[in-house]
Design a protein around this ligand. Structure first.
Ligand SMILES: [Zn+2]
Length: 402
């Protein structure tokens, strides 16, 4: 039986998850969110604890069509979307957008390319500690980078763009982590530092950088990452990067026009050269985990105490003088898919994986060349098999026709 319509059925927010919307409806009508959740959901399969929304019940409850609801709530879509196109973790978005949606916290499942709210000029960033979105009115180049990000997405598709932006973030983080050498007066590093001071000002009352969040450090390097992303996504530049020494030199020159490169210190790693040697000829990386629709319980859980404690610890570390923002970024979960590629050797500690991602030594080159030869041989074998299968099918069909 369909449920009666609620008197104040507010619309869902774009990309909102079902539990967040149902919880807001319950709060607005003075109901228990858990009871309403049980009424409009069903078990994912027989005996499963995880429950998924019933589109028809939600439509009857709100007086909105299933089609209109599914436009905003990805979990209601039929057929379901490719969950790999969305981030694996939910997050809060722009609080100025959320102000139009009463009833409590709006939790969304955003696509990979959502970093800035272009309507309000605020930084949403990757999933972090759920701080309010940051005003970017003093950093118009960060807002503009989101527009350029959309252009990359339109040209190369979500998977190539996803890999390119994360790889570019990783390269910029390495350059930032390595620091500036004496004599390097103009360095992209200066721009990143200056943006960081704007985004995370010193709180004199608290005597710390209390507004710190790692997501803001991503904002500081976002314009340069988006400048590098088309090079990493483009099949032409990928071919240059994995080609002859002359072709590689063209690629490195193009990189140096967009970010300070090369770093003239043989003691430091070279993330750009590592990417050109080890990754440019491989298919783009995929997300390590994908979102699972549905929930066991219908109540929005508050931020876990361990996450809050971890964040407070990060603020404490950041407030120390010897902070290294680039290194902090390399240790953030957001960059894991491009640092922890399946073919990367397994290291006991994360430091090893980070160190590997900027290696250019002979041992690494030999290992990459061996792996590349194996993959090429495997691909050639597969092509040969397909051709033989196609030939035998064709012969069978000709025989049947005769
Ligand atoms: Zn907004």
């Amino acid at each position: 039986m369909l449920l009666p319509r609620l008197p104040d059925a507010v619309p869902p927010a774009r990309h909102e998850i079902a539990v967040s919307y149902i919880s807001r409806l319950a709060t607005l009508h003075g109901m228990d969110p858990q009871i309403l959740w049980m009424q409009v959901t069903r078990p994912e399969r027989d005996g499963a604890a995880r429950r998924v929304p019933i589109p028809e019940q939600l439509a009857a409850l709100t007086g909105r069509s299933v089609y209109a609801l599914a436009g905003a709530l990805p979990e209601l879509r039929d057929p379901p979307p490719d969950w790999a196109m969305f981030r694996h973790a939910t997050q809060v978005g722009c609080q100025l957008c959320d102000a139009r949606h009463p009833g409590g916290r709006v939790v969304r499942l955003l696509p990979h390319h959502a970093y800035v709210c272009l309507r309000h000029g605020t930084w949403i960033g990757p999933p972090d500690i759920d701080h309010p979105a940051v005003d970017l009115s003093h950093l118009p180049d960060v807002i503009d980078a989101q527009r350029r990000h959309h252009l990359v997405l339109r040209r190369y598709g979500w998977q190539a763009t996803y890999d390119a932006v994360l790889s570019a973030f990783m390269i910029c983080a390495h350059i930032w982590a390595d620091g500036r050498l004496p004599g390097e007066d103009f360095h992209t590093w200066n721009t990143w530092d200056s943006r960081t001071y704007t985004l995370i000002p010193y709180d004199h009352a608290a005597k710390s950088y209390s507004s710190y969040s790692t997501s803001k450090l991503f904002a500081a390097i976002y314009p340069e990452a988006i400048a590098l992303a088309p090079l990493i996504a483009s099949p032409y530049w990928r071919q240059m990067a994995s080609g002859t020494t002359t072709e590689q030199a063209r690629f490195f020159t193009e990189v140096s026009k967009r970010v300070t490169y090369p770093c003239n210190d043989p003691g430091r790693g070279d993330a750009v050269a590592h990417w050109a040697i080890a990754d440019s000829w491989r298919p783009p990386s995929k997300p390590l985990t994908t979102y699972t629709p549905g929930r066991v319980r219908g109540k929005m859980s508050p931020l876990h105490a361990s996450r809050v404690a971890r964040h407070n610890n990060s603020v404490k570390w950041y407030s120390r003088i010897q902070r290294n923002q680039g290194r902090t970024l390399l240790f953030h979960n957001h960059l894991k898919p491009v640092l922890l590629r399946e073919r990367t050797p397994q290291y006991v500690k994360w430091e090893g994986t980070v160190w590997h991602s900027s290696r250019t030594d002979d041992l690494m080159k030999e290992e990459v060349a061996r792996r590349r030869k194996e993959l090429q041989a495997g691909a050639a074998r597969l092509r040969r098999q397909r051709t033989e299968n196609a030939r035998s099918n064709c012969t069978d069909q000709e025989w049947v026709v005769q």
